[in-house]
Design a protein around this ligand. Structure first.
Ligand SMILES: Cc1cc2nc3c(=O)[nH]c(=O)nc-3n(C[C@H](O)[C@H](O)[C@H](O)COP(=O)(O)O)c2cc1C
Ligand code: SF4
Length: 426
């Protein structure tokens, strides 16, 4: 197979500012969203959340993408997921303030990282009181079986989906009040809006045709764009461009072509989103509950992937590059770099140099090695002794107990929680 991964030793490329409207992202490094499952019962951030984002902010990434925050109670991925409401938006303001303040303390008064908050409905991955409570847009045999549901399980109604638009807009308004620079209408990793994109077999106005499958997402974007209380918010999206499932279960594939990537529809959607005013897109792939190797290539995990990790990284980097080249004016954030450990800075620089994306995003590195950005920018390296070792322990915690962090590099905090989880036999 052909590898499209590029390398460059020119790490000064990361120091380039990235402009989005009147905003300036101070460097080309993003901290990707990493759900930590450490909110209180009202969905507010706790000391653990503040600690995590303070460390990330002091680490120097120019774009800080805050993890999945629920738009409604029944849309949470677990009882400890963040959830923004009229009652607690000030706690989110405190979170945004601490990010901005910590970054300034470290890099000076004129330093302004861009903050994006990811708003989401967990769809088939909702959990209430620790129990899976799937809200599905369409049946997907492979994914249904994993949740222990069959064709008799009800598909969410059009009326329920209609009601979500206002909830997304309200979450966006509160995010604006809380001071975030932008909001991410999350449509990835198999959650509700992501699942709708491949609802080919759903009946009614949210299923079947491309227009129907993308309707809710487009309606939400349009409504936020028009809402006076959201004025000035950067509208962004973390968007799947490939699910890793064949037609008619997956998005980013075509009929009769198995698992081959086909970006025809994702490109059509990206074009429409840009026309509606989306300015920043973080591209991603896969479903972390079913095929984690597609989104976060790993060395150790709960199954042996059908391809090697280099192949998975290559797919992520190549297809993000394909998108970036198709929409050269738009800012796309890329992924697929943490697996390269201390060589990641050179792979990312290769992508920047060859125009495969405008910002290099790191997920697991943000919790394993929050100073990774500073080390790239100031010391031209990522330290071998600090990098994520792609052991999947954080993912294991996320799926089993919700609360998660880096068990290896942030062991003082997360190893005891991991051990307790193991001892409890979850
Ligand atoms: C524990 C954990 C939590 C995550 N939470 C989120 C999330 O809240 N939102 C999201 O879009 N992606 C989430 N991701 C995916 C990451 O943002 C990222 O795409 C993935 O880890 C691959 O990037 P990496 O190779 O740099 O780690 C999560 C990943 C892990 C391992
Ligand atoms: S637990 Fe830490 S080292 Fe292991 S995959 Fe997660 S972030 Fe990386």
């Amino acid at each position: 197979m052909q590898f499209d991964i590029k390398f460059s030793e020119d790490l000064s490329l990361y120091r380039e500012e990235v402009k989005i409207g009147h905003h300036v992202i101070p460097n080309a490094i993003a901290s990707h969203p990493m759900e930590g499952g450490d909110a209180d019962e009202k969905g507010s951030p706790t000391d653990m959340t503040f600690r995590k984002y303070k460390r990330i902010a002091k680490g120097g990434a120019g774009l800080i993408w805050v993890e999945a925050v629920s738009i409604c109670k029944d849309g949470r991925s677990n009882d400890k997921q963040l959830w923004i409401t009229e009652d607690n938006w000030r706690d989110f303001k405190a979170l945004n303030d601490i990010i901005k303040k910590s970054a300034k303390e470290e890099f000076g008064e004129d330093y302004h990282p861009m903050t994006i908050i990811q708003i989401n409905h967990a769809g088939r991955y909702c959990k209430v009181k620790g129990k899976p409570s799937p809200i599905i847009a369409t049946h997907k045999k492979n994914l249904d079986e994993r949740l222990g549901i069959d064709e008799s399980y009800p598909v969410v109604t059009d009326e329920y989906l209609d009601s979500l638009k206002e909830k997304y807009v309200q979450a966006a308004r509160l995010s604006k009040k809380a001071g975030f620079d932008g909001v991410d209408i999350k449509a990835c990793h198999g959650y509700l809006l992501s699942e709708l994109l491949s609802a080919y077999e759903r009946k009614g106005k949210y299923g079947g045709s491309f227009e129907n499958r993308t309707r809710l997402m487009m309606d939400i974007v349009e409504a936020i764009k028009k809402d006076a209380a959201c004025e000035g918010l950067v509208i962004s999206s973390r968007l799947n461009i490939y699910d890793g499932l064949p037609y008619p279960q997956g998005w980013g594939v075509s009929e009769g072509k198995g698992l081959e990537v086909d970006l025809t529809e994702p490109k059509k959607l990206v074009k429409s989103l840009i026309c509606k005013g989306v300015q920043l897109i973080s591209l991603t792939m896969g479903n972390p509950y079913a095929f984690p190797h597609i989104n976060k290539p790993f060395d150790l995990g709960n199954y042996i992937p059908p391809e090697n990790a280099l192949h998975s990284c290559n797919r992520l980097i190549r297809e993000v590059g394909n998108m970036q080249k198709s929409f050269p004016e738009t800012v796309f954030v890329g992924l697929g770099y943490s697996w390269f450990r201390d060589l990641a800075p050179y792979v990312g620089a290769g992508s920047l140099k060859h125009g495969l994306c405008k910002i290099i995003g790191f997920g697991r590195e943000s919790i394993a090695y929050p100073d990774f950005a500073r080390d790239i920018l100031e010391n031209q390296e990522m330290k071998r002794s600090s990098v994520c070792i792609s052991c999947s322990k954080c993912s294991e915690m996320k799926s089993k107990i919700g609360t998660c962090g880096c068990v290896i590099r942030d062991a003082a905090v997360y190893l005891p929680i991991y051990k307790e989880m193991k001892a409890s036999g979850v």
